[in-house]
Design a binder for this molecule. Structure first.
Ligand code: SF4
Length: 339
């Protein structure tokens, strides 16, 4: 089991649930815009939010954010003094990229974090490593070498990450790192791309690692509005079986045997239950071929017939209804289950 690290009141590692992270894309000097974005991300499901701190003018925003509800990670590149100032301004964790922070500066950062027991994420990105021909093993080794520098300074309040923009390389790098260390791992791709393709790439990378029980906190890194990162991260955790508190609508793809408007029924139920954090499984099947089997695993559902459809609950037929009454009946049952 991985070590547990505390980011304000959010635990990463150990037996803690996999937490969701995102990152602001506002200008951090703009305190109001950044605070608003952090609050929005928190409202829709972020557990921790990272904020870039590229200059001294951004520190006031870190101070303001430290008074809010959301644990904040200060993201630091190049200027190690900004790491120290961010911690002094109230950051709950810092992320440093060892490839662009001089080793001689690490001891000052560690001293400051140690005094306040603030965790450090050592986040190695392949793109910023100066060596040629970086293999997944080498990437993992670089993360460990940097962790060792911090350990030798008497500090092990660490989270590690080894990101690339390539799905397979990232999976391989984390698998190696996971075997070699007891630190919690922040997993995800870097520069995954725009929403559609980036979500799919992230789902494969993060989902594969989570299926192997690797990863303690996730970030889906997407170009564009970061709220997409939270929706994607939540769906990845659900698809990986790590979040069961949601309404799952199982719907068949339909084929020539279909008797119902499966798409309309399924999307209506999904839309009406998207905010519900309760485990519930509804099956919408266009015919009886898979309908009976699916309904056994569902809380309730429908299997379409030519004119009438069977409404099931826990594998038992409740009633049969004309097909044009199916949607209303499923809406009624859904309301009954979630009230
Ligand atoms: S459940 Fe029936 S309608 Fe739906 S895809 Fe399967 S065979 Fe086709």
């Amino acid at each position: 089991m991985k070590k547990t690290v505390l980011v304000r009141d959010v635990k990463i590692g150990g037996n803690s649930p996999v937490s969701i992270q995102s990152m602001t894309n506002t200008d951090t000097r703009d305190t109001l815009a950044t605070v608003r974005q952090v609050e929005k991300l928190y409202q829709i499901g972020a557990d921790i939010v990272r904020v870039s701190v590229p200059n001294d003018e951004s520190l006031n925003t870190i101070k303001e954010l430290s008074k809010g509800k959301v644990p904040i990670v200060a993201d630091i590149h190049f200027d190690y003094k900004l790491a120290i100032k961010s911690v002094e301004s109230g950051a709950d964790k810092i992320r440093i990229n060892p490839s662009n922070i001089p080793q001689t500066a690490i001891k000052d950062i560690v001293k400051c974090c140690k005094e306040r027991n603030i965790p450090i994420r050592v986040g190695v990105n392949k793109g910023s490593v100066k060596e040629n021909s970086i293999t997944p093993r080498r990437l993992a080794e670089i993360a460990l070498e940097n962790a060792k520098i911090i350990e030798d300074l008497g500090y092990d309040n660490l989270v590690l990450a080894v990101k690339t923009s390539d799905v397979i390389e990232t999976i391989k790098s984390y698998r190696i790192l996971d075997k070699l260390c007891g630190y919690p791992l922040h997993i995800g791709l870097t520069e995954a791309g725009t929403a559609k393709r980036g979500i799919l790439k992230s789902a494969v990378a993060i989902g594969s690692l989570l299926a192997d029980n690797i990863g303690d906190t996730i970030r889906v890194s997407l170009t564009g509005d970061p709220i997409n990162e939270i929706f994607a991260a939540k769906e990845i955790l659900r698809a990986s079986g790590l979040d069961k508190n949601f309404v799952e609508v199982v719907a068949c793809p339909t084929c020539a045997r279909n008797n119902l408007d499966v798409e309309k029924i399924a999307s209506t139920l999904e839309e009406m239950t998207k905010e519900i954090n309760k485990p519930l499984r509804i099956a919408v099947m266009g015919c009886v071929v898979n309908g009976i089997g699916e309904s056994k695993d569902a809380d309730f559902g429908v299997a379409g017939g030519r004119d009438k459809s069977a409404i099931f609950a826990k594998g038992e037929i409740l009633k049969t209804l004309p097909n044009d009454e199916v949607l209303d009946e499923l809406i009624r049952l859904t309301k009954e289950y979630i009230k």
